[in-house]
Design a protein around this ligand. Structure first.
Ligand code: NAP
Length: 278
């Protein structure tokens, strides 16, 4: 029920109608009996700053920020958490009553939480290979480096972008045609590219070159088992899906908006899976 005290939070993206975040947060709100609501906003692609500036003062308590606005949100925030600074991107904005805007990034927490939950993965256990060099890859690289990964290897079609991230994470850059060499001795292999989306061909990654103990993760969660994850399963490797990362980045966001952790006893994964299948 919406009342005079309802706390409003939401997600901003473009496009955003496909986002599972409203489903996840509203299921938590209903179960916890919190007087809050979580909605989706779709500012124009060049209009994020204008939109978010209008929220100063806290009419909306906070926003999750998704493609293509994470760098805009980073530039807008008056204060940044250390992990947002390291990632160079913001996926969580909180609008304080004094008119200031705080920026944070919970994607790394989501990544590590998903790897731990679905594969018992310890980042210190061996080299990490990240495919891609966009915002998600940068966040993953800086998170894994901070969590004690002994070596972060960035593989990307455009080598210069991989080199830029390698510089930030004290890692090593590889061009896409050297991906087999990057897989040597890898403890985890993470797809953070958009290859394979919108009808393009999926990345051709020779997972046969990865060790038998390697964990394979895809940040893409539609479909839940991507061709990349299926290839890893066929090879007998443990896999981690992007939906688990999405749910785990949402939990600290919920706490920032509504002042309490989400309730444990809601099957948000089941709800999200049903929505994905529908
Ligand atoms: P981005 O900034 O657009 O980066 C895309 C990356 O994919 C670039 O490195 C690009 O290479 C590479 N790429 C695109 N098409 C390719 C192709 N045909 N062959 C080889 N490489 C290709 O995207 P992003 O924001 O980092 O997001 C990456 C993915 O992660 C998205 O699918 C996003 O939805 C997902 N994600 C999921 C979560 C979650 O919670 N599950 C969180 C964050 C992101 P170039 O540099 O050469 O162009």
């Amino acid at each position: 029920m919406i009342t005079g005290r309802t706390v409003v939070a939401g997600v901003a993206g473009n496009p955003v109608a496909h986002s599972l975040s409203p489903l996840i947060h509203n299921a938590w709100l209903a179960k916890a009996g919190v007087d809050g609501v979580y909605v989706a906003f779709s500012p124009p692609a060049d209009g994020f700053r204008r939109f978010a500036e209008g929220l100063r003062g806290g009419a909306v308590r906070g926003l999750n920020v998704t493609v293509p606005f994470k760098e805009d949100a980073f530039a807008l925030a008056d204060r940044l958490s250390p992990r947002a600074k390291a990632a160079g991107a913001v996926n969580l904005l909180v609008f304080e009553a004094d008119g200031t805007i705080a920026g944070d990034n919970t994607d790394g927490e989501g990544l590590l939480g998903a790897l731990a939950r679905q594969a018992g993965f310890d980042p210190t256990s061996g080299p990490a290979v990240i495919l891609g060099a966009g915002g998600a890859a940068r966040g993953a690289a800086t998170t894994l480096a901070a969590a004690g990964s002994p070596e972060v290897r960035i593989v990307n079609r455009t080598l210069a972008r991989a080199e830029a991230i390698a510089g930030l994470a004290d890692g090593v850059a590889f061009p896409l045609d050297k991906v087999a060499a990057a897989l040597d001795g890898a403890a985890v292999v993470i797809n953070a590219t958009t290859a394979g989306l919108s009808g393009q061909a999926a990345l051709d990654v020779p997972l046969g070159r990865a060790p038998d103990h390697a964990v394979v993760m895809d940040m893409v969660y539609k479909p839940l088992v991507t061709p990349f994850l299926q290839q890893a399963r066929d090879r007998g490797l443990r896999t981690v899906d992007g939906l688990e990362m999405l749910i785990r980045q949402a939990a600290p966001s919920f706490e920032a908006f509504f002042g309490r952790p989400p309730p444990q006893d809601v099957d948000v994964r089941g709800l999200a899976l049903a929505a994905l299948e529908g």
